[in-house]
Write a protein that binds this ligand. Structure first.
Ligand SMILES: Cc1cc2nc3c(=O)[nH]c(=O)nc-3n(C[C@H](O)[C@H](O)[C@H](O)COP(=O)(O)OP(=O)(O)OC[C@H]3O[C@@H](n4cnc5c(N)ncnc54)[C@H](O)[C@@H]3O)c2cc1C
Length: 436
């Protein structure tokens, strides 16, 4: 049975109903529903932007048709519930790749647009929404509007990154990129400090994909040490790996509370950092483990225990000496919390198309924290203050607790966006950040 939670499993929501959407028969009479509604993709958002506590969800799973693919020019048209995995299964054997993929392939096209997701190639490609040619939006009034940067443009820019609040995306047209094959020519470089990371990212533009794993518990001279990965598409001998294969490993139940703590994370980080014996390695790997390493274990979020976890992702504009990002690392290491699974990357300057899009030029850090109540919330509020002062932002797709004041500072176009929110649509996130 499908569960309707977010990936971090915090907060929990009680939905009063779920309406499966099969639009090709008859668009559902959304205006006749007596509660607020919100589209739901695959629930891979971490916080509460995909939840609608006390309201209804529109389950888009059945919108799973690949409508048309032109293997001559790479233009794909599909329904909004189609997964990125299904698209890659179709297009990679034909030599085409999605312009942007996140760290999991179990994301729907509707979800990818509504959060205007980014990937390891943000410095070159910008966000997912930058490659959406057009989409169709169903409003609760029953209107079906085709939106693109040229047609209903303002509604298009509100819907890309619009957190599912402007209506239900029915289908989208996306421009794909040519690739030489299903491989990635990968280079892994161990770096000993944040300064070394900054030096490595200076050559980002020479590679399609760059990202770093960082040890958020290392201190002093080793602050921000990690493994830098960069790669380009390459040929792959033999058949391309199937992205539709489910993970063989699964976490069957909630781990005991406290399994992920500072001691276990310190030990893991040390092992992971030292596992790469040579400072620099080169290899050819299939694209699936490169882009989606976490997909190899299903339900890995259960490792954080029944209380769930929060992911904190922020972006901080470039500053002299990268002061803001350094401050964030200092505060995390000094706190009693156990930051785990941290990823650091430099965003590029390709403009994001959405009024509420998160990516903007600067350094972005994504890091997980087991939820330990007020202590965890206090640390993240403290980090918000650093991000606010630096003129950055926190990613709504990963958020479950930012304050209304922070939201307005992070997303100065929110009032222009709010005009386009469908009167029937709402979410737990939206009600939280709209509180006065
Ligand atoms: C392991 C992992 C790695 C990730 N890595 C990244 C990453 O690298 N970069 C990144 O940007 N994100 C990343 N994410 C987050 C994920 O990509 C986004 O949260 C994505 O939006 C989830 O898509 P979904 O289909 O699960 O949508 P959901 O989480 O179910 O919904 C997300 C939003 O989309 C809206 N929505 C869904 N379908 C529609 C529709 N048809 N019409 C209108 N609105 C709709 C919902 O209302 C909601 O607001 C990662 C998540 C995980 C679990």
């Amino acid at each position: 049975m499908r569960t309707y939670q977010s990936w971090g499993r915090y907060p929990r929501a009680s939905h009063t109903g779920v309406l499966p959407i099969v639009w090709r028969t008859e668009p559902p009479p959304l205006d006749r529903l007596d509660r607020s509604i919100l589209p739901f993709g695959l629930g891979r958002s971490y916080g509460d932007s995909c939840l609608n506590d006390g309201g209804l969800l529109l389950d888009t799973k059945a919108l799973d048709r690949l409508i048309a693919f032109d293997a001559g020019n790479g233009l794909l048209r599909c329904e909004a519930g189609v997964t990125l995995a299904a698209i890659l299964a179709l297009t990679v054997p034909k030599g085409w790749f999605l312009p942007v993929v996140p760290g999991t392939r179990w994301v729907s096209v509707g979800g990818a647009i509504a959060n205007d997701i980014h990937g390891k190639n943000h410095h070159r490609a910008g966000t997912f929404g930058a490659h959406v040619v057009r989409l169709e939006l169903l409003r609760s009034s029953g209107d079906r509007l085709v939106c693109s940067p040229e047609e209903n443009a303002e509604l298009f820019h509100a819907t890309v990154g619009g957190l599912g609040l402007t209506g239900l995306i029915l289908w989208a047209e996306i421009r794909l990129n040519r690739i030489p094959g299903a491989g990635i020519a990968l280079e892994r470089i161990r770096f000993g400090s944040l300064d070394e990371f900054f030096t490595l990212t200076e050559s980002d533009q020479q590679y399609e994909y760059t990202v770093a794993w960082v040890d958020c518990l290392a201190r002093g001279r080793r602050l921000g040490r990690g493994i830098f990965m960069r790669g380009d598409h390459a040929g792959w001998p033999g058949a391309p790996p199937s992205p539709l294969v489910e993970a063989r490993l699964r976490v069957p139940c909630d781990a005991p509370a406290g399994l992920i703590n500072r001691a276990t994370m310190r030990a893991f980080n040390e092992l992971y950092y030292r596992r790469q014996v040579r400072g620099r390695t080169r290899s050819l790997v299939p694209y699936t483990p490169f882009f989606f390493p976490l997909d190899t274990v299903a339900d890995w979020s259960r490792l954080y225990g029944a209380a769930g976890f929060l992911q904190y992702q922020c972006v901080v504009p470039e500053q002299p000496g990268s002061a803001g990002m350094r401050e964030i690392f200092e505060r995390m290491t000094r706190s009693g919390e156990a930051p785990s699974l941290a990823v650091l990357k430099r965003f590029g300057d390709v403009p994001s198309p959405g009024l509420l899009s998160f990516p903007r030029p600067g350094l972005t850090l994504a890091v997980d924290f087991a939820f330990r109540g007020q202590r965890t919330l206090a640390l993240l509020e403290d980090l918000d203050r650093v991000v606010r002062d630096a003129g950055g932002a926190v990613y709504p797709a990963k958020d479950a607790r930012m304050s209304p004041e922070s939201f307005r500072r992070f997303f100065p176009q929110w009032e222009r966006f709010a005009v386009h929110v469908d009167p029937k649509f709402s979410s737990s996130f939206w009600r939280r950040v709209q509180r006065s």
